[in-house]
Design a protein around this ligand. Structure first.
Ligand SMILES: N[C@@H](CCC(=O)N[C@@H](CSCc1ccc([N+](=O)[O-])cc1)C(=O)NCC(=O)O)C(=O)O
Length: 220
């Protein structure tokens, strides 16, 4: 495969998640590994992310971005969808099943992730406020509402809708943000669902690659 065909993604040169795979390049790496697509990584400092060259790729100066020929994409969900549409393995062939998976992709990012992200943000920015504990109760109640509904829908299924899909990939990366909070463990089927996702060889290759960036150890 010529290097011109190999996509380039962007990622943190030094991720604040300290190699825990919580930054959103992880979901793009995972999708590329699931479909067996080699990729290059452009590592960016925080400063470089705000420079014109990157702002031309990403209007908000963030990572990840995805470049493939004359296509430049931002938004991890859109990048995963693009990868899923160009390669088999992340979207079913049946048209209705395909749209249901895309609905789960939106649900992961628009319905489940926001309360989880809001709690993470509060934990970083507001934990010293006198009202933090009360606010945390509200934020965690919002998360439990979503986890309860998701747990009920998943029940004892292996994946959200038939075979493993891009919807599961995004949902697992969203739920991983709760690791260490104890909240996921309140829903055993969600805990095993996330563990099932993390056990996938493609996940492990993606995780090891982003960890190698943080540890500075070559992945090859
Ligand atoms: N909606 C966009 C959001 C992209 C985004 O939030 N990018 C973050 C990194 S992933 C989000 C993230 C950051 C850190 C952790 N962490 O655990 O430390 C986890 C996730 C970024 O570039 N931040 C720098 C900036 O905004 O200037 C997408 O899904 O692609």
């Amino acid at each position: 495969m010529s290097r011109a065909m190999i996509p380039t993604i962007t990622a943190f040169a030094r991720s604040p998640d300290r190699g825990r795979g919580l930054a959103r390049d992880m979901r793009v790496r995972w999708a590329l590994e699931e479909v067996g697509q080699p990729y290059d990584v452009r590592l960016l400092s925080f400063e470089a992310m705000k420079e014109p060259a990157h702002l031309a790729r990403h209007p908000f100066g963030q990572i990840p971005t995805y470049e493939e020929g004359d296509l430049i994409l931002f938004e991890s969900g859109a990048i995963v969808l693009h990868i899923a549409e160009r390669h088999p393995g992340l979207l079913p062939d049946d048209a209705n099943a395909r749209m249901r998976v895309i609905a789960w992709m939106f649900a992961a990012l628009n319905t489940v992730e926001p309360p989880i992200f809001e709690r993470s943000l509060a934990n970083i920015l507001e934990r010293d406020e006198p009202w933090y504990e009360q606010r945390l109760q509200v934020l965690e109640a919002n998360i439990r509402k979503r986890l309860g509904d998701l747990s009920s829908r998943l029940d004892d299924a292996e994946w959200l809708d038939g075979a493993f899909s891009a919807g599961d990939l995004l949902m697992v990366t969203v739920l991983r943000r709760l690791e260490g909070s104890g909240m996921l463990e309140e829903y055993p089927n969600l805990s095993t669902y996330v563990a099932r996702g993390k056990a996938r060889p493609a996940y492990q290759r993606a995780f090891d690659a982003q960890l190698a960036v943080f540890t500075g150890v070559s992945a090859t």
